[in-house]
Design a protein around this ligand. Structure first.
Ligand SMILES: [Zn+2]
Length: 441
């Protein structure tokens, strides 16, 4: 009797961990059963991927869906819709919500909520504070938790651990890799009086200069070595840090943001004003080129969007009162595919950074590579499709993107999660089926 599957993806060019080849993929009960499906196999559904590339379901390991918070800005229902429209199967959501996700009750609420309303699979960070350190070792092992997030600078609410004494205590609290926002809070505060309201938006990168980020990373690396606790440095943004982190591969992994690979100063501040303001800041071209070198040297492990929406009103306030943070979950995959088509990186390296990388760094189970037994998650892309990024396409309630007007070659045309097609040709399919991702504890 011929084999039967729930879904067969036929005729696509599959990006596998070891090669890129034309093969068919069979999915049953939400998992990949076979690479290379006999022609006589039957299935409930066939996805014809002729002329398309089949990638493992891509992961954005750095989003702020701001839920609970202000649904007029973002929420898990709207943010996860943006994710699947943009070709992402899984996102990891940050804890600086209102209230912050810093205790067992908050995490329990969020787990239940995610599985009720999310359109994509999700991992959830637990935030470290100076007061929840004794619980962190347990909290990081709760179901769906992708790890601890520490804001070592750039606080939001109660989420800040800026001093070495508390940072060391956090590092001794458990054993999983910790994700850090690395900017030295003391230097940020010390430099603040040098500036005044109404200074040019480009002063954002003067205030939060290279040394703010580099000093933060040097302090974290010293403590990580001392304690032996693995670190993941989020949004590395300086040439200095990329050089330095090469000496810390035993203890540290690194993330780069799509913005730091795509936008640069002063151009971005001239064109976008407050809509280019984020932390750490977008800097001059030498740092963008250093980020690309680090991508192509293999130093970088993951690429994220740091999707962090704010209302247009808050972005249009004079600097430094304008809110920091940019939308990006929906545009991450198209912008990266455009970089592939421009020869900046290979499609295989992009998949390594956006699927295998996040799965490896955070220990996500069944995600990140197209292989038998793994989740039937796929991002199907048309590498030839040309399209302009329009704000009318953005489903985040704030409705803006710093990439508006960018002409893209290469576009996600379908998102498949555990064998279910959730987006095809810009159309959302069915009901939300997102689940919590699983992690090695
Ligand atoms: Zn962030």
């Amino acid at each position: 009797m011929p084999a039967h599957y729930d879904l067969i993806i036929r005729n696509g060019t599959c990006v596998l961990p070891w090669t890129t080849e034309a093969t068919d993929v069979g999915v049953r009960d939400g998992r990949i059963i076979a690479l290379g499906v006999p022609g006589d196999a039957t299935s409930d559904r066939v996805f014809d991927a002729k002329g398309l590339h089949v990638l493992p379901g891509l992961i954005d390991p750095h989003v702020h869906f701001r839920d609970p918070g202000d649904p007029a800005v973002e929420s898990i229902p709207t943010g996860s819709k943006g994710a699947i429209l943009g070709g992402l199967a899984t996102v990891f959501d940050m804890p600086n919500t209102d209230p912050s996700m810093v205790d067992a009750a908050g995490m329990a609420w969020k787990r239940e909520y995610v599985e009720r309303v999310s359109w994509c699979d999700m991992g959830i960070y637990v935030g470290g504070t100076k007061t929840n350190i004794p619980e962190l070792g347990k909290l990081e092992l709760t179901c769906g938790c992708c790890g601890i997030k520490i804001f070592a600078g750039s606080s939001t609410g109660n989420l800040m651990v800026e001093d070495d004494e508390h940072l060391e205590k956090v590092m001794r609290s458990g054993r999983r890799r910790i994700a850090y926002h690395s900017e030295d809070e003391y230097r940020l505060q010390a430099r603040k009086p040098n500036y005044k309201v109404g200074d040019p938006y480009s002063y954002h990168m003067e205030w939060r200069d290279e040394e703010c980020a580099f000093l933060g990373t040097r302090r974290l690396m010293a403590l990580a070595r001392k304690t032996g606790r693995p670190a993941h440095i989020l949004h590395v943004s300086t040439r200095q840090e990329f050089d330095y982190l090469k000496e810390y591969r035993d203890i540290a992994t690194a993330e780069v943001l799509v913005n730091h690979l795509t936008q640069f100063a002063p151009d971005c501040y001239e064109k976008l004003g407050g809509f280019a303001v984020m932390n750490p800041p977008i800097r001059g071209k030498e740092h963008m080129e250093a980020a690309w070198r680090a991508v192509n040297d293999g130093l970088v492990d993951t690429i994220g969007s740091d999707h962090a929406p704010h209302s247009r009103e808050k972005k249009m306030l004079p600097w430094p009162n304008c809110a920091s943070g940019l939308t990006g979950v929906q545009t991450l995959v198209p912008v990266m595919l455009n970089h592939v088509n421009n020869g900046r990186l290979s499609l295989n390296r992009m998949v390594d950074l956006m699927a295998a990388g996040p799965a490896r760094v955070y220990g996500a189970v069944g995600k990140g590579r197209m292989a038998a037994g793994n989740d039937g998650d796929f991002t199907i892309v048309d590498m030839k499709k040309q399209r302009r990024i329009e704000e009318s396409w953005i489903v985040s309630p704030v409705g803006w993107t710093p990439f508006a007007g960018m002409d893209i070659t290469g576009w996600p045309v379908a998102t498949i999660i555990r064998g279910t097609v959730v987006m095809r040709d810009d159309e959302i399919q069915g009901e939300p089926i997102g689940k919590l991702a699983k992690f090695v504890g």
